[in-house]
Design a protein. Structure first.
Length: 38
């Protein structure tokens, strides 16, 4: 649960801060999805 919250918060900040970096965003979203499933 702690890991999920960490990814969720970072995902929100990342989306607004570095939305221009599409490659990094895709990799981050994949990592977030995997953690959510696991």
């Amino acid at each position: 649960m702690q890991r999920y919250c960490y990814y969720q918060i970072d995902l929100m900040n990342f989306t607004f801060a570095d939305i221009s970096m599409h490659g990094s965003y895709q990799n981050y979203w994949i990592e977030f999805s995997i953690s959510l499933i696991v």
